[in-house]
Design a protein around this ligand. Sequence first.
Ligand SMILES: NC(=O)c1ccc[n+]([C@@H]2O[C@H](COP(=O)([O-])OP(=O)(O)OC[C@H]3O[C@@H](n4cnc5c(N)ncnc54)[C@H](OP(=O)(O)O)[C@@H]3O)[C@@H](O)[C@H]2O)c1
Length: 333
Amino acid sequence: MPATIPLTQRVIEIKSPGGPENLVPATRPVPMPKPGEVLIKIAGAGVNRADCLQRMGRYPVPPGASDILGLECSGRIVKTGEGVSAWKEGEEVCALLVGDGYSEYAAAPAEQCLPIPSGVDLVDAGGLPETFATVWSNVFERMRLKSGETFLVQGGSSGIGITAIQLAKAFGAKALATAGSEEKCRSCREYGADLAINYKTEDFLEAGRKFTQGRGVDAVLDMVGGNYIARELALLAREGRLCFVALMRGAKVEVDFTLIQRKHLTVTASTLRPRPVAEKGAIMSALCEKVWPLWREGKLKTATYRRFPLAEAAAAHRLMESSQHIGKIILVP
Ligand SMILES: NC(=O)c1ccc[n+]([C@@H]2O[C@H](COP(=O)([O-])OP(=O)(O)OC[C@H]3O[C@@H](n4cnc5c(N)ncnc54)[C@H](OP(=O)(O)O)[C@@H]3O)[C@@H](O)[C@H]2O)c1
């Protein structure tokens, strides 16, 4: 029986740029799926660092994107737009969104949806698309991490970090991770890290050199930037790769580019949200083919730290900004 779709829904709006208290419940129309899109009744929606920046007015929303936060969700398809043949009403999916996750219903391009992986709870699946798409495209497509190589992820206890550790291990690399407490380091090891470095008590450059017996690491995924950059270039082995997904400690630094030349290094970076649907669709297809089977093989674990009711989005943002969490924070409508 087709689902009954209401005309309006509860969402979380940004009243004005500022603190978490500016996230307030509101009523908005339920979107209708455009051609090529599906309408999802949301079960879970991941909270991402970029949401906090957008709330503060410090993250430019791509042209045409919704002003409602939320870059990913999971749920049941309740309507398909014209031309959609890959999905049917009633199927459960998780999806990359360009906004609108902090809602009861969101429309997503069909190619940005993936099936719920084997053994994964529907709500937790709402925290998978953003980190898996980011890690796949940066670590495996841009940096081409290979089996047998050594990989370092900064911010190892973040949603991105835990996904990066697990995928690096699943594809046969050695994984090193940094994190800001012993508890976070323990979690990194539980998710598979061969070495977890508490950056508050240890220098990752020295620890990384010691682990690799002076050779250096083959690839680094960074979200910190600032004064990490020079030390990351120093830690990379010959033909090493450094990739940024964020620069939380700053984007303007002085570094010695002769290191890049002498060691044949590659420095790269990317964004996800503003990319065209076709590019995101290609990443999702690669995930479906190469990564989703790993769930069936028991090689991956979800990393939900805490769920909040959608109406408590402000509390979810406070937790994220406290950096006490390990893994993902999920909103449940
Ligand atoms: N470019 C892209 O395509 C893309 C896509 C998704 C996410 N991202 C970015 O990737 C990063 C991780 O995302 P996430 O949602 O997984 O984040 P998250 O769960 O909030 O984790 C970020 C972690 O980074 C660590 N950290 C280190 N330096 C920090 C600093 N100066 N300020 C705040 N935290 C710092 C903190 O842990 P410690 O206690 O260990 O310091 C914090 O828990 C974010 O910056 C996000 O914007 C980029």
